[in-house]
Structures are given as C-alpha cells and as structure tokens.
Design a protein around this ligand. Structure first.
Ligand code: 2SA
Length: 460
C-alpha cells in the first residue's frame, strides 16, 4: 500500500471544513499569530503616541504601514513565522522577530527596541486570545446560534395552536401544543444567549509576574497600570489589573461553561425533535437526490439531528475540559494553558457544526397535525386530571359531596384505555353543578391544552 498524501486528521479540517471555516479566521494558529502581530504593533503605536523614551508619535502614514502588517497578514507571514519558530522554539518570540524584521524594512529601526517592550509572552497571548475568541464568538458562533433560535421561533409560532399529547416519563400526559414545547427551547436558549452576549473578554498587560517591574525599572515616572488599561481598553477588551504572569482565564471559563450549557439545551432539542420524528409527529421533507438508507429505499433518516447530537457531545466534553484546566495555573504560571487553548477552535468547531445541522434539520421537517390529533384521540384518559380537579372545585364550592375525587378518577382511568363515550357517561353521572358538567362534557384531549397557545404567542 502506498502512503496517502498528507491528510487532515480532524473531520473539522476535512469533510466539515467549509462549515467551520469562519472560525479558522480567528481560532487557527495563523489567526492567533495575526492577532499577536496586531497587539505588538498597536503597543509600539501606543508607546510612541505617549512619546516615551524620547520617541515622537509615528506619522499617519507610518502607522498605516505598520498596521498593514496584521491587516494584510497572509501566507508569507505564516511561512516566515513557521521557519523562525523552528529556530526560536518560542512562538511569541518568533512573532517579535517578524515585527522587528518588518520595522526594519519600513525604515523604522529607531523604534525597533519598543517591540514587545516590557512584555512577557502572556501579555501578548492574553490580548490575542481575548481578541480572537471575542471575534469568533461575535462573527461566527453567535450568528449561527441566533439562526437556530430564529428558525425555532418560526416553528413555535407556526405550531402554537397544534395540540399534542404530552409524554411525561414517556407516558401519555396532559396535552400541550407543539409550538409551546418548541417555545420552551427558544426561551431557554435566549436566556443563555443573553449571558453569552454579556460576557467579558479580559486581558492583562503587566509583565512577567503582573507587577510592571521591568517597566518601572525602565521608566519609574510612568503610571504603567493606567497606560496598560488604556491600551487594553483601546482594543475593545476589559482590563484585568491583578494577575500572576497569566490572565487568570476566568472569563474563558465563564464563556465555555455558558456555551456548553447552550449545547446541553440544543442537545435536548435535537433528541426531542428526533423523538417527535420517530413518533411520526414531524415528517421529514425529502431532499431531491438524497438517500436515506443504503439498503432500505423507503427511509429518510434524521441525520441532521443525530449529527448535531454527536457534535454537541464532543464540543461539550472539550468545553468542559477547557473550563476545568484553564481555571488553574500552578504558582505564577505553568504552560498547560498554551496547549489547551490551541483547542478552543476545535470545541467551537464541533458546536458550530451542530448549530448548522440543527438549522438545516429544522428547515426540513413538517408537522403532521393529523398524527398529533389521532394520538390525542387515542388517549381520552388524560382528561382524568381535568375531571378530578373540577370535582374538587365543586366540592369546595358546596355543589358536590363526592368523597375523594382523585381516587374516583384513578379507579376509572389508571392504566386503562378510556374512550370518549366512557368519559361522557361518567361525567353525566357525576354529582356536580350543571355549568361545570357542561364544561367537562365539551372538553376533548385536543382542547385540553390550557394556555399553551397563548403562552407561546405572548412569550416569544
Ligand atoms: O515571556 C515568556 O516567554 C515567559 C515564560 N513563559 C512563557 N509564556 C508563554 N509562552 C511560553 C513561555 N515559555 C515558553 N513558551 C512558549 O510557548 C509555546 C508552547 O507551545 P505549545 O505547548 O505547543 O503550546 C512554545 O512556543 C514555548 O516556547 C517564562 O519563563 O515565564
């Protein structure tokens, strides 16, 4: 057997590459290095703007040329860094050398020593991760998450009035509507959406052990914490003033826990819709040219929901691992976070893939209202709850002397199939007021869905 050409090992970089590529813009190694260059460049611009060490602010033209280094970052820079890192064996140092090299090419040697000035690698890494994760969440993950919510909202409103048998413990229970059950997911997903949208992206910029020691040794008169805050905030990040060598990663833990939580809700949605499809409640819309089973020609399999389920499990496990490892770093730093953070994109990639499959899956189902109604018609015994509750009210109001209405209905309905005629006869024979009796006689499983429709319409 001849060896294959070099292959991507991860399916995210193989068959699913097109779907997850928006994340690669930020959460790939090149995306990280581009952000590192951005931070190094902006720090030089900030230091010179403040005319530190006798420098003068760079001209607009010089700034523009310097910024082009990250704005047009591409394959040349990727290759340059790979070559240089093979020598330095230090990824951030290689970035520093790249910036110095380009400063020289631009005739800006006079500020070369301000590259990475006072910085430890984590100053640059912390801001770079905050920038790339923030951009990936805002530009790629959140839009996909909102698309699922939007599709779900449309379905919930469309089916707000579609009565459906509930199944608590998998057993027939008080009816609801399909729309209301989908609305519950919208409600849950939106709560977590707000938490994710409100999350902070923190950065530190305080040197080797968070004390600005080197900075003060070089320029004791400068209010370095203020300058660091100004710099971090100028990048659209939240300043963390008190850290060890590393930014403590608590914002990342919060974010990954929330995204994992959202994934858990979506997993619940995927398995519920899968179950509704299996019950025949949702029909799957045939896709032209597609095959369900390789051997059973009649089949359309719910593969979108199964793919989402599996990817949510993978992403949940990775997000949990990220949150668990990033929360700790021995003493003033250990380097486990470096290795761990290289997998942030993998965790988000599996999640994004799941979101894409859910959106597509939700767009390929149609509700079979007739199946829902037929199922309700097979389960008149669910009205037992309504009858016993009405009798209790009648007893309390003095219009009935029935003893233990619950036991009476239990006797009639528990574990039994009770039809419309049986129930009507039973209700006719009840010693309750006439108005209550007529109300009960008018009730069917399909109309016994309480405020399900109104709740759906008013809460979405
Ligand atoms: O500013 C510093 O660098 C301070 C230094 N701490 C470090 N901080 C950040 N990065 C460091 C550190 N040390 C190594 N490296 C480089 O990290 C890279 C780790 O590679 P990988 O395991 O593939 O993620 C790999 O490129 C490593 O060379 C310290 O001694 O405290």
């Amino acid at each position: 057997m001849t060896a294959l050409p070099t292959q991507p090992l991860s399916p995210l970089d193989g068959r699913y590459q097109a779907t997850v590529s928006p994340l690669g813009e930020y959460l790939s190694e090149a995306g990280l290095n581009r952000a590192r260059v951005e931070v190094e460049v902006e720090w030089i611009i900030t230091l010179t703007n403040h005319a530190l060490f006798g420098t003068t602010p760079l001209s607009q033209d010089e700034k523009q040329q310097l910024r082009a280094l990250y704005l047009t970052f591409g394959q040349d820079e990727i290759d340059w860094l790979a070559e240089r890192e093979a020598v330095t064996r230090h990824d951030v140092k290689a970035v520093e050398y790249l910036v110095r090299d380009r400063l020289s090419a631009l005739g800006l040697d006079r500020v070369a020593e301000l590259t990475h000035f006072g910085c430890t690698s984590e100053d640059v890494n912390s801001l770079s991760y905050a920038l790339t994760v923030k951009r990936a969440v805002n530009d790629a993950w959140l839009p996909a998450y909102r698309r699922v919510i939007q599709k779900l909202r449309e379905l919930a409103l469309e089916h707000a009035d579609a009565p459906m048998l509930s199944r608590t413990h998998g057993q027939p229970a008080t009816p609801t509507t399909m729309g209301k059950e989908l609305a519950v997911f919208v409600w849950r997903l939106e709560r977590v959406l707000k938490q994710i949208e409100g999350g902070e992206y923190l950065g530190k910029f305080s040197g080797a052990t968070g004390t600005w020691s080197a900075h003060l040794a070089a320029a004791p008169q400068v209010a370095w914490p203020n300058l660091a805050r100004e710099f971090v905030e100028s990048l659209g990040l939240t300043f963390n003033p008190l850290t060890t060598q590393i930014e403590s990663h608590d914002w990342q833990v919060e974010l990954y826990d929330r995204v994992r939580h959202a994934g858990g809700i979506l997993h619940n949605l995927a398995t519920d819709v899968w179950t509704y499809i299996s019950l025949g409640y949702f029909a799957q819309i045939p896709v032209a040219g597609a095959t369900g089973s390789s051997t059973m020609p009649h089949k359309i399999n719910p593969i979108r929901f199964e793919n989402a389920e599996a990817n949510l499990e993978l992403s949940g496990a990775l997000l949990a691992s990220l949150a668990q490892t990033l929360v700790t770093s021995r003493l003033q730093r250990d380097l486990t976070d470096s290795t761990t953070q290289r997998n942030i994109g993998v965790a988000f990639g599996h999640s994004l893939l799941a979101l894409d499959n859910l959106t597509r899956g939700l767009g390929e189902i149609s509700l079979s209202r007739d199946v829902l109604l037929a199922d309700l018609d097979q389960n008149w015994e669910v009205l037992g709850e309504a009858i016993q509750t009405v009798v209790r009210a009648e007893v309390t109001a003095g219009r009935s002397t029935i003893q233990d209405p619950y036991a009476l209905l239990k006797e009639l309905t528990r574990g039994r199939r009770v039809g419309a005629a049986d129930l009507a006869e039973f209700v006719q024979g009840l010693e309750i007021g006439d108005e209550a009796k007529q109300r009960l006689l008018a009730l069917t499983p399909a109309t016994y869905s309480g405020l399900a429709e109104q709740l759906t319409r008013s809460k979405l």
